[in-house]
Design a protein around this ligand. Sequence first.
Ligand code: S3P
Length: 166
Amino acid sequence: MIVFLIGFMGSGKSTAGKQLALRLGYSFVDTDQLIVEKFGMTINEIFDSLGEEAFREGEASLLNELISKRDLVVSTGGGLPCYGDNMDVINNNGISVYLRLVPDALFNRLVFRKYKRPLIRDLSDEELRAFINEKLAEREPFYNKARHILDGLKVNAGELEKLVRG
Ligand code: S3P
C-alpha cells in the first residue's frame, strides 16, 4: 500500500508522514527531498535556474516512479496534486489523505518558514496572506479529491493509522 499525504505548504505532511510510516513499518519519502536529490540542487535553485515548469515535470515523473513501490508513505509537495493528472494517479495507486488547514493557520506556520520555498520567500506578510487565500482556493478542488480529509491542526499518527488501515 502507498499512503499519499497531500495539502498546502506548512500543513504538516512530513511530520505526520514520518510518524505514520513508523507505525505502519513502511518507508517514508518526501517528494521535495527526492527532487533535490534528483536534480542535485535545492528547490530554490531549481526554480531559479530551470524554472517552475521543470520542477513540475520533475514532480510528475517522480510520482510515476513512486507508484511502482510498496509499503510507502509519501509526503507530497504542496503543488504536486494540482498539476496534470497527478491527483488521479495518486488516487488510482494509493490512499490519499488531505491535511486541511484554514488560511490563518497556514499563515502562522509559514510566516517564519518562507525561505526554502520559492513561491513565498520574497513575499511581505500582507502578500503572503493574499497568496495563501488565492492559492488555497485554486488548489482545494484538487485536494478535495482525496479519499480522506483530516483537520491538519488536530491530526495525530494514531488517527491516521486507523484511517489508512480502514
Ligand atoms: C510548493 C510546495 C513545496 C515545494 C515547492 C513548491 C507548492 O513543498 O514543493 O516549494 O507549489 O506549494 P511543501 O508543501 O513541502 O512546502
